[in-house]
Write a protein that binds this ligand. Sequence first.
Ligand code: ZN
Length: 271
Amino acid sequence: MRDEVEAPLAAESIPKVRWGRRMLMAVADLAMPPVCVSCQTPLVTHHALCAPCWAGIDFIRQPLCDRLGLPMPYGVGEGMISAAAAANPPPYDRARSVGIYAGTLKTLVHDFKFRDHQELRRLFVRWLLDAGAPFWADADLIVPVPLHRRRLLKRRFNQSAVLGRALGPLTGVPCRTNVLQRTRATAQQVGLTYQQRIDNVRGAFAVPENMAAQVCQARVVLLDDVITTGATVAACATALRKAGAGEVNVLAVALTVPGRDDGASGLAVPE
Ligand SMILES: [Zn+2]
């Protein structure tokens, strides 16, 4: 009986809601017309890029190294790994990134991280959903790389946590921002050599004792904005493994590939 009464009401209300939503969107478009999130060229939809900016992104696609997620010059079959991964296996299982940290993507990451361009969130989340496709079905937790409390106060938000919280409901994998903590402040990684970066973040992350049960045996997707040398995600993965994580896969918006950084806008490589 209850269903019979409610069903027609619900059916009637749908067009009204859609019409109302369309009106609101039209008003919002008048107030704030859609533009390219990178160069502000007028577009027909929000949260999108114009064709030239899109062409300026080097998306990472197959063939790639199964461990490090680095693009490979040619494919030799499923699960191949690069010479770099074979010589120095990372403490995580696999890494995947949306694109190479250069050109448009480099500018967008900087805008999101340092200039508070929150409108980029939707675009990044759409790309991360796709780049992380091999992980979602088996994942138990999304864990964003944490910022130290002091840097969080200064920057006001943790860009990786913002992305993780948005990915949670879309993937059905809960995002947990408190299972991994930065136990000490570290120097900015900018300008440090590879070895200095490793030393800088070694032991800087830990799983608090009261969170260990959540991590034990869990298949974790560790989320960061940029993988530069991999030192930060490696230190995080080591801490998660120490707490008993069953699997640690890394997902990032951008990956620095040696020789493929065009120095766009003179931007320094952030942590
Ligand atoms: Zn553009």
